[in-house]
Design a binder for this molecule. Sequence first.
Ligand code: LR7
Ligand code: MN
Length: 496
Amino acid sequence: MPEELRLQEESVERHQINIYLSDRISLHRRLPERRNPLCMEKKYENYDKFPTTSVIIAFYNEAWSTLLRTVYSVLETSPDMLLEEVILVDDYSDREHLKERLATELSSLPKVRLLRANKREGLVRARLLGASVAKGDVLTFLDCHCECHEGWLEPLLERIYEEESAVVCPVIDVITWDTFEYLGNAGEPQIGGFDWRLVFTWHVVPERERIRMKSPIDVIRSPTMAGGLFAVSKKYFEYLGSYDTGMEVWGGENIEFSFRIWQCGGSLEIHPCSHVGHVFPKKAPYSRNKALANSVRAAEVWMDEYKELYYHRNPHARLEPYGDVTDRRDLRIKLRCKDFRWFLDTVYPELHVPEDRPGFFGMLQNKGLKEYCFDYNPSSENQDFDHHVTLYHCHGMGQNQFFEYTSQNEIRYNTQQPESCVSVATGSDSLLMELCKDTPPEEQKFILQEDGSIFHVQTKKCVQAERKPLSDIFMPLLRDCTNSENQKWFFKERMA
Ligand code: LR7
Ligand code: MN
């Protein structure tokens, strides 16, 4: 059926999701069981005292079937007593099926309301529009391409019933964009972290947290949240200052809210018994160019002097206009929130905090081949470079050309998580990236000398910039030490 394939590809082109297939899957499908078996033995006492919830779903140009499946799954998996309403907020979509046709479809559904923004608000203000009319005790936010698993809601509301200042996320199961399979497993969920670019990351549950939890189905404390799926007491959300309304479109609000929850006295948790599926698209379906300014706002308000570590790795972020954050700083003072140092020490001790000593971080540039800098692409598809440092035109954008030379004599690539260190494989003359260790092993030790040479202690060789014969590829290689300019290096924070 080449015709069918073509239609599938067309829908992926348009939505970054195989909507052709989604349209052919029931809007009321049942999901495979993905919970830890212990969850099924859990008894909910005080069920009748649990807070009620308004489920808030903001959407922008979402496809019909993924949006409707989200709504039906909420209605079909949530106990009637606990579900106050489902509020859909149309963030100024322009697709035809989201106009009259959607309003008509929803009008026949109990508890469902539809609000429309008068201009594109972005997900933060769209969600707040929904929150402003919500009647439930708890606000439960979902993305508009989710499917709720049986029993997803009770654990979230029970936890907030126990502890009003807990913000609780479900386990996010993966629904694949191409086949719509519902993945996920009953094992231990992961928690949220971030790297120094303020990009959200997933981590295994650290030992200390496993010790704190009394059972595998206790809530797991998480430094950050992915952002789209969580429940929070309406009163507590308002107390915390809801969202930063200066954030546009997409990005950053999840990290900002996570910092704020912890620093201002709440807790952010994942409940292992609550599962919700989320369709992860092939790639971003709309422009997300406001994410940088949003992250800068988060850094400026919550990170104190640690914001410098962020700026070092995103030099262009310093130039980004991010608006006024006075109100948000005032809020931080009013709520007597703790500082970022406390957050790092207490909530996220696993995160390595770079030293960033002046003159020892940034682009690592060569003196002889002036335009060339250390460059590492962890996801390189080119087998030849897999896990190797190469040299590339210095671009001054931080990211994959950002390295830090530490007081432990490591050359660390610590922009992303997990952090890698420059290393040398036995018998090899090229530079290999390996995971950093607590104490650097011999092969990861380099001495950056006064004259700019980089001396590899174990092999007693120097790092030299070279062009690979018969190619346009440049690499740093270990050679006998000479005085040549190609063996001299210096760190530069940004382009002149
Ligand atoms: O301008 C916009 N207006 C909107 O109403 C842009 C988006 N939206 C809606 C959109 O239709 C969707 O319902 O906001 C919701 C989130 O947008 P997505 O689905 O494009 O975001 P995402 O799933 O790629 O991104 C994650 O990070 C975002 C950071 O801003 C938000 O916090 C998302 O909610 C969040 N999604 C999740 O946490 C689901 C799990 C993903 C992971 C990991
Ligand atoms: Mn999403």
